[in-house]
Design a protein around this ligand. Sequence first.
Ligand SMILES: NC(=O)c1ccc[n+]([C@@H]2O[C@H](COP(=O)([O-])OP(=O)(O)OC[C@H]3O[C@@H](n4cnc5c(N)ncnc54)[C@H](OP(=O)(O)O)[C@@H]3O)[C@@H](O)[C@H]2O)c1
Length: 253
Amino acid sequence: MKKYTLITGASRGIGKAFAEALAQKGKDLILVARSEKELEEMASHLLKKYSVDVKVFKQDLSHTYSAEELFEKTKDLKIETLINNAGFGVTDDFSKNDVLELEKMLVLNIVTLTKLSRLYLEQLKDNQGTLINVSSRAAFQPIPYMAAYAASKSYVLHLSEALHEELKESGVYVMALCPGATETDFWEVAHMDPRKIKFEIQSPTFVVESALSALEKKPSFIIPGFKNNATAFATRLLPRDLVTKISRKLIGR
Ligand SMILES: NC(=O)c1ccc[n+]([C@@H]2O[C@H](COP(=O)([O-])OP(=O)(O)OC[C@H]3O[C@@H](n4cnc5c(N)ncnc54)[C@H](OP(=O)(O)O)[C@@H]3O)[C@@H](O)[C@H]2O)c1
């Protein structure tokens, strides 16, 4: 029976770059997002170029029971790698944030990611598989004006680090991928201009290559890029209130 890599948020950005890189390695894929047309186009491109099997599932993952719905749709397929990548950011003044948008973000970034990790775990164990949860460089400190988003990514980092340790003996490898600013539609969706963020901007391909090249060493988390690593480390050495003040300056507010 074929073994698949399931990627959420595979219609564009980092998820799409994962799909391309893994198809190139001959992996059969399950692509999930809301944009069915983009997923279908990606599937036929990957089939033509790499002769891999690609299944597509249209699924909104921002509802409370989205994870169960997706799990049910894929129940006849064997999953050896799960990449929880789908996510978005609500930004700007917290007092202006729409509560429904906040809820959708927290369900997608936290609830669905956690439930999918749990629901597919038996399959990952059966296949000595891999779980990659896409967190963010934003996970390493509080960020004013991205407050709930950054906090949601801290949750993803902590969950993944704990599972990395807890699942070691089971043969399942867990990685939190913590990219810094990456050139994708994330910024447009978040109504932000990435050029105002005082950090280097990386390509989705670089982020994915960094994650895939770390698979052999099996770290609990990776931060692509030297500068992003150095600044994340610095947050551990400075007083917490100062770190929060600096992160406010760095996002230009
Ligand atoms: N770009 C950055 O600077 C950056 C930095 C650190 C971490 N990240 C994280 O990286 C991950 C990927 O983001 P990206 O930068 O590649 O952004 P992106 O280009 O906007 O892609 C987001 C992906 O998530 C999917 N998605 C969004 N809402 C969804 C929903 N309700 N249900 C199902 N799928 C949904 C989108 O597909 P549909 O719209 O078709 O559903 C799309 O495929 C996110 O978790 C993000 O937080 C990004």
